[in-house]
Ligand binder design. Structure first.
Ligand SMILES: [Mg+2]
Length: 385
């Protein structure tokens, strides 16, 4: 049985503002725009503001009417992103399998980590405590046998909540919830169900699988399962599912390996730069080749350690190029990286001087919005954009 944790920061943006400005504590803080902003919507509000009926996605103008003495703040997304990053680092202290849902919300697959704590409550408390120590903010945590239960649990006792639902309690715990709490049941579906006198999850269990599928199609099966606390979706660490890369098609086919090598260096540098911008490392490097007859091949190498340095990416891709080029002219060349991870060493063959050079080049290239610095082999090609 899996152990899934859902962590949701409590009124995140407003809480950050209250943390950094003591005068805002205990007051209705509404983040999303200034009081007179015509088109603004509430992105978060403090619990004090919620008492007046203010909620996220509400137009600012309406929030002003409901809560005239509220404190309206446009918000500082750069700051929130920085805090979010600190919180993510805490998540990775507890599990390598983290699915980031949004800036203030994540699933952690804790399966196999349970034995490190006496109880799941202890585990939940440890995560909350580390978050509090690190960013001085409260989070609500839900723990259950799957994502659906974990998310419902974290939402159950906000703010600063901790709710653990062991597998054997799922059936009874779920029963009284309104159907709208079921993932995927929106206004429309809820209305159809209400017309069938189905209001709670217990009611929903009276519907046969066939009738739900007849009415809602494929989603009907999901509803049938969720009503029973069954949810097979896995926690998907964002970085494992993604890959990134660059490819280029030539105006004229190229057969000269020296010329291909230059293009490859360009591509590797761009991919490396993007990895570093995302603070990710890649374990697998893939070369894509399209020959003059449109045959396309991809060849990959997985490395013992994740990398994000241009040289490591280039060297690996170059080896693949040499092994696969033959004598055929090439139409398209691409470099992709996958099996991405937020943990990595400075580099495969850590060389502080090279790391420093990379950082300086990244900074300059970022500042100019285009590559201005090239390493020796990376000379701009004729006709390069
Ligand atoms: Mg939240």
């Amino acid at each position: 049985m899996a152990t899934i944790m859902h962590v949701d920061m409590d009124s995140f943006f407003a809480a950050v503002e209250q943390r950094d400005n003591p005068e805002l504590r205990g007051k209705p803080v509404i983040v999303g725009g200034t009081r007179d902003s015509k088109r603004g919507v509430v992105s978060t509000c403090s619990y004090e503001a919620r008492k007046y009926g203010v909620h996220s996605a509400m137009p600012i103008a309406q929030a002003v009417k409901l809560c005239p003495h509220g404190i309206f703040i446009p918000g500082n997304h750069k700051k929130y992103a920085a805090v979010s990053k600190q919180i993510r680092a805490v998540f990775y202290e507890f599990s390598p399998a983290v699915e980031i849902v949004s800036i203030d919300e994540a699933f952690l697959d804790m399966t196999g980590c349970e034995h490190l704590y006496e109880t799941l409550e202890d585990l939940g408390r440890a995560v909350k405590e580390r978050i509090r120590e690190t960013v001085s903010l409260t989070a609500s945590v839900g723990i259950g046998p799957n994502k659906f239960i974990a998310k419902l649990a974290s939402d159950h006792r906000k703010p600063d909540g901790l709710v653990v639902i062991p597998p054997e309690e799922v059936w009874d715990w779920l029963a009284p919830f309104p159907v709208k709490k079921v993932w995927g049941i929106g206004q429309k579906t809820a209305e159809v169900l209400a017309s069938w006198q189905i209001h709670t999850i217990a009611d929903l269990r009276r519907c046969s699988q066939e009738s739900l599928i007849r009415q809602f199609g494929k989603q009907g099966l999901t509803l049938y399962q969720l009503a029973r606390g069954i949810d097979h979706r896995a926690v998907e660490p964002e970085s494992e599912t993604k890959s990134l890369g660059r490819e280029t098609t030539f105006a004229e086919d190229i057969a000269a390996i020296s010329k291909l090598r230059q293009v490859l260096a360009d591509l590797a540098a761009e991919v490396g730069y993007r990895l570093r911008q995302h603070e990710l490392w890649a374990r697998t490097i893939t070369l894509k080749l399209r020959y003059d007859d449109f045959t396309t091949i991809t060849r990959s190498t997985s490395l013992p350690e994740p990398v994000n340095n241009d040289d490591d990416i280039f060297n690996t891709a170059h080896r693949l190029l040499v092994d696969n080029i033959g004598r055929r002219p090439v139409r398209l060349l691409g470099v992709y990286v996958s099996q991405l991870t937020p943990f990595g060493q400075a580099s495969l063959f850590s060389d502080p001087r090279r790391e420093k050079l990379t950082r300086v080049m990244d900074e300059l290239n970022t500042r100019h919005g285009r590559p201005v610095l090239y390493k020796g082999r990376r000379l701009p090609l004729d006709g390069d954009k």
